[in-house]
Design a protein around this ligand. Structure first.
Ligand code: NA7
Length: 539
């Protein structure tokens, strides 16, 4: 199974983020030759590209790191409960060094095409510079939110000051001290960036289209006592993640919001609001994400908190969500976000009231007025899940294009394989629990499942694996069915593949997996236990 020629590999992995690096580590153990192609100049993926101020984990740091190496867990010390981007990047670099992973990664190498040669049973991978390599197996580790999207606003290129998308942030820190900043976008990214930039900015104007429910992160430094406790309880931490819907350290309580007396419910919400991380989203009553009456109770609680924290009632009203319920879009976690709007030097512009007409040479013009800026920050999100696939020309059996195949929404088996694309694996791909997850936890599951499959194939002398049409139909149906009861499928967001800045992304195509990581893991294990049912394995 081992290829030796310089441009021919047993496996090619696209992406040297958390997923790509771990897959490389595991495939080496199988004795396979592997090449990783990475567009950036270093490892890190998300943590390499997203260098905007305020960028940090919303997962508890100690639940986020890799769990596969006891030595690594022992050595690495997280400094904060929710570690910031610079430290997170250092962590991934540390892992790459520790396991000597860089020698199989080719940096500054963006993949443009992957074509399957049926006769040879091999993939040919083409880079943007025209270089090619081939492999028997192709593994995509391209990320969920890795293709930044600029807003479709006229004049974006006319601005004479500097502007940045948060997902393509410059490597040298930007000094906002005393400057006039315009920022568009109030999703999870915008909320982090706004709170941080507000600490030093001269003047900031926030352009908000849809207000979101945000909850306090409650970050803090990890004390030496906490550090010792964390290190002693890694087994329990990861075991807990295994039982959680999104593989976090939070699990819903047994009670239902609609069955609890109002005073008790209020006290519970108050407690959750004081807890770290996604406790209020993932550790809440078990009906808040499926029952609209239950959801209203927590939505109203958060609205009350916004009104309490924002001094100007007119500004508070603008910040209150009006078109969706709590948690039905990705919950931004914040550190002093609402208080930013109490600062004299911060203005909130509701672009539904006064739409942005264009970006000008000096700033932004709305229907109401012209704003002048030194910097414009675009926190306008990503071409979620599908973007990273669509920008590569994947061609399977008979030259079929993946983009064409997925034009009416993704079709997959386990969110890991696609019928007509043999020997190709989509780590953290659409319909995979990893898309809606404390991501390294689900990445480890994905990688280990693929590695076990390869181990099985090696043992049996098999070299080809392909998902059957029936298996793909069944899985895709299961993904749709299990998402229907969730309230977030009734709301516009990137979960549903909706992005008003992208043409053709206005139809609802569920991109994630809603039945939860434990169910997903169980189903993957079942497939393996049944001799990889749903996959055709051959020599
Ligand atoms: P999101 O969650 O997609 O947020 C993008 C934000 O940008 C959101 O507030 C959008 O408003 C806003 N936006 C986008 N285009 C425009 C235009 N044209 N005009 C005004 N406002 C606009 O991306 P994030 O980067 O914040 O978060 C992505 C994920 O990263 C997050 O879920 C975490 O998992 C990590 P809209 O809501 O569309 O009205």
């Amino acid at each position: 199974m081992t290829e030796t020629q310089s441009d021919n590999f047993d496996a090619i992995i696209i992406g040297a983020g958390i997923a790509g690096l771990y897959q490389l580590y595991r495939l080496r153990e199988l004795g396979m030759t592997v090449r990783v192609f990475e567009a950036g100049s270093d490892v890190g993926g998300t943590w390499y590209w997203n260098r905007y101020p305020g960028c940090r984990f919303d997962s508890e740091s100690y639940s986020y790191g890799y769990s596969f190496s006891k030595e690594l867990l022992e050595e690495w010390e997280w400094k904060e409960h929710f570690s910031g981007q610079p430290e997170n990047l250092k962590y991934v670099q540390y892992v790459a060094d520790k396991f000597d992973l860089r020698r199989d990664v080719q940096f500054e190498s963006r993949v443009s095409a992957c074509h399957y040669d049926e006769a040879a049973g091999r993939w040919t991978v083409t880079l943007e510079n025209g270089d090619q390599a081939t492999s028997r197996y192709l593994i995509t580790a391209v990320g969920v939110l890795s293709v930044p999207v600029m807003p479709t606003i006229e004049g974006v290129d006319d601005f004479q000051g500097e502007s940045f998308h948060t997902g393509q942030w410059p490597h040298d820190p930007v000094d906002f001290r005393g400057k006039r900043i315009g920022i568009i976008g109030t999703g999870a990214t915008g909320v982090q960036a706004i709170a941080e930039i507000a600490k030093t900015v001269g003047h900031m104007t926030v352009f908000q289209r849809t207000p979101n429910y945000c909850a306090p992160l409650h970050n803090g430094e990890i004390t030496p006592e906490e550090q010792a406790e964390i290190k002693a309880s890694y087994d329990e931490i990861f075991a807990k993640c295994k039982t959680s819907h999104g593989a976090f350290v939070h699990n819903p309580v047994r009670e239902k919001a609609v069955e609890v007396p109002p005073e008790e419910r209020e006290a519970f919400y108050e407690k959750l609001y004081g807890e770290r991380g996604f406790s209020i989203w993932m550790g809440n009553y078990r009906d808040i994400m499926v029952d609209e009456d239950a959801n209203v109770t927590i939505s109203e609680f958060i609205k009350k908190k916004i009104r309490e924290r924002v001094k100007d009632p007119a500004v508070a009203e603008k910040l209150i969500p009006f078109d969706h319920g709590f948690g039905t879009r990705r919950l931004p976690l914040e550190s002093g976000y609402y208080e930013v709007y109490n600062q004299e030097n911060v203005e909130l512009v509701d672009v539904r009231e006064t739409p942005i007409e264009r970006v000008t040479a000096t700033g932004i013009k709305t229907s109401d007025k012209e704003y002048e800026f030194d910097y414009i920050v675009y926190a306008t999100g990503f071409d979620a899940v599908l973007g990273a696939f669509n920008r590569i020309d994947f061609r399977g059996v008979g030259g079929i294009s993946l983009k064409d195949k997925w034009v009416d929404g993704p079709r997959t088996f386990l969110g890991m394989q696609v019928e007509g694309f043999p020997n190709m694996f989509t780590l953290v791909g659409p319909h995979n629990a990893a898309t809606f997850c404390n991501i390294p936890r689900c990445i480890e599951q994905n990688v280990e499942w693929v590695t076990d499959l390869f181990r099985h194939m090696q043992a049996e002398g098999l070299t080809s694996v392909a998902a059957t049409k029936e298996a793909e139909d069944e899985w895709t149906e299961h993904v749709h069915e299990t998402s229907e009861r969730m309230l977030f499928t009734k709301v516009d967001s990137w979960f549903m593949g909706i992005n008003p800045n992208l043409k053709g992304r206005d139809t609802r195509k569920f991109l994630l997996y809603a039945a939860g990581a434990p169910k997903y893991n169980e189903m993957c294990d079942e497939v393996a236990a049944n001799g990889y049912k749903g996959l055709t394995l051959s020599a």
